[in-house]
Ligand binder design. Structure first.
Ligand SMILES: Cc1cc2nc3c(=O)[nH]c(=O)nc-3n(C[C@H](O)[C@H](O)[C@H](O)COP(=O)(O)OP(=O)(O)OC[C@H]3O[C@@H](n4cnc5c(N)ncnc54)[C@H](O)[C@@H]3O)c2cc1C
Length: 488
């Protein structure tokens, strides 16, 4: 049992995994130009856990002993524990300005909750409860980095609207034997997939509770080098540019991949749910894993909104436009978004309560509100960067230009009121990476969809919202109840 170093994490990725990118099977994800630096950033996060000044913030002593584990695996028993968890998740999120959505603490938070609620799984089959507990300990003791996949690809939306997956493509059971389950099909998307250690196949949450859905009712986890498992990557946004030229894409390419299962064996000890669509649909809510995942997500939202507020202020100050009321108004919008996310986080922790599994769980409504509104707010943040940056997002000579015969001209024509030419271009190249590059646009898509289809998340929110007292108040008012109250 030990916290791994970044070097150990990278060594762990050099296995026989099957990763395809650009028509080639990737021999070593830690050396491939489209994946290497994303993996190195994760390694740097692992090393951060070893920094003496951050040890108490980022890690905790397992069972009070000498061994330590990442804070997101700490089962919270008090509100102070929740605050320790968010402090650690905020620290990691601020390293990337919230641009890394799938840092390992996201899955760690979900498996902490699953383990705390292992009886939920044991209720389906006793061994599933044990498997979830043992797997949580494996993640903790080997300091594993996980990705996950939740969504079945669909061929025909009209046919699958009732929750019956497309048998041609969706991941499903082929057969079971004494060793375990044999599964076949695909799942999308696994962010961080190719540069993580293991894949958690989460239960799809929108299954029709019927006999036809049972083969699709699966939850398990496997090492990425499992025979028959293939990652099909999209194009990488890391084009090998320098950190100056692409400050975000050169560091934070976390890769999204479709996962194909070619008659893959899932050993029984790695199965958490199987053959029970109702349990799959209920898993996140009943275990509160979704709430602890939202807790991590809102920490990311705070870090991301703060990062963009800082960027907008730096852009405005660079040309002394920060004195203009219209510009102040634009940036104030971004500040409201950052302050809203912080307020949701504080409210969730302040109103936290012990749940059925004796886990101190943040209040759901502030976090669920944050996860539903941030996908609508983030496009406005990116738009504000475009509006404030305008042509400066395009007036961006490269680092090589500053080392060429052009340098003198650049030093002359590109300075701003408070920044020399190089710093000015560096700043607007960052703004470009947030709001105009391929990397930046993927961030928009990520924020819109990573937690689920927006219309389904909104209707789920409507479903759990405590509407009755508010509706009663309106009917009271219409029946003149309000006046009575006013009369005293
Ligand atoms: C960058 C990125 C990273 C991701 N990373 C992960 C990951 O790590 N793990 C993971 O499990 N998933 C991941 N996802 C997948 C994500 O969970 C799904 O994209 C999301 O759940 C939406 O499902 P879908 O893409 O199949 O969209 P669809 O369900 O096909 O929806 C497409 C559009 O149609 C609309 N729509 C669909 N059905 C209806 C309806 N009934 N009524 C009205 N409108 C409807 C949706 O709102 C949406 O706008 C990622 C997605 C993105 C974009």
């Amino acid at each position: 049992m030990a916290l791994r170093t970044g070097k150990q994490f990278l060594e762990g990725l050099r296995d026989d995994r099957e990763v395809w990118l650009g028509g080639e099977r990737v021999a070593d994800v830690t050396a491939h130009p489209g994946l290497r630096r994303g993996a190195e950033t994760l390694a740097a996060l692992m090393d951060r856990n070893h920094r003496p000044e951050l040890r108490e913030v980022l890690t905790y002593p397992v069972d009070g002993g000498a061994e330590r584990a990442p804070m997101a695996l700490l089962p919270p028993r008090t509100r102070e524990d929740l605050a320790r968890r968010s402090a650690a998740m905020l620290d990691w999120a601020r390293v990337s300005g919230g641009m890394l959505g799938r840092t390992p603490d996201y899955l760690n938070a979900s498996f902490m909750a699953f383990a705390a609620a292992h009886e939920f799984f044991a209720a389906v089959r006793p061994e599933f409860g044990e498997n979830v507990l043992r797997y949580y300990e494996t993640i903790r003791d080997r300091d594993l980095v996980l990705t996950h996949t939740l969504v079945n690809p669909q061929v025909n939306r009209r046919l699958t609207a009732d929750g019956t997956p497309s048998p041609e493509v969706a991941l499903h059971l082929v057969r079971e034997d004494s060793r375990g389950l044999i599964v076949r099909g695909a799942r999308l998307l696994a962010t961080l997939g190719p540069i993580s250690d293991e894949l958690a196949v989460f239960p799809s949450t929108v299954l029709k509770v019927s006999a036809e859905s049972r083969p699709f009712a699966l939850a398990f986890a496997l090492p990425n080098a499992t025979p028959g498992m293939k990652y099909v990557c999209r194009d990488s946004y890391d084009h090998g540019k320098s950190h100056f030229d692409a400050p975000l894409a050169s560091r934070f390419e976390e890769m999204d991949a479709v996962v194909i299962f070619d008659d893959v064996l899932v050993p029984w000890e790695r199965v958490f749910l199987y053959d029970d669509p109702a349990a799959c649909n209920a898993a996140y809510k009943e275990t509160n894993a979704v709430v602890h995942m939202m807790h991590q997500v809102v920490c990311k939202n705070v870090a991301k909104a703060e990062f963009i507020v800082g960027l907008l202020c730096a852009m405005a100050e660079a040309s002394e436009r920060d004195q203009l009321p219209a510009v102040q108004g634009m940036i104030a919008e971004a500040m409201w978004i950052a302050e809203s996310m912080k307020a949701f986080l504080r409210a969730a922790e302040a109103d936290a309560a012990l749940d059925t599994w004796s886990t101190m769980t943040p209040a759901r409504m502030p976090l669920d509100t944050a996860r539903n509104v941030f996908p609508k707010m983030y496009p406005r943040l990116a738009e504000l960067v475009q509006l404030l940056g305008s042509s400066s997002l395009m007036a961006t000579p490269s680092e090589a230009d500053f080392e060429s015969p052009l340098a003198e001209d650049l030093e002359r024509y590109f300075p701003l009121a408070t920044l020399d030419a190089r710093d000015r271009v560096g700043l607007f190249r960052l703004a470009h990476d947030v709001a105009a590059s391929g990397f930046g646009n993927r961030q928009l898509l990520y924020e819109r969809f990573f937690f689920g289809p927006p219309e389904r998340m909104a209707s789920a929110f409507y479903g759990i919202y405590d509407k009755t007292p508010l509706v009663d108040r309106v009917h009271d008012f219409l029946r003149g109840g309000a006046e009575d109250a006013g009369e005293g």
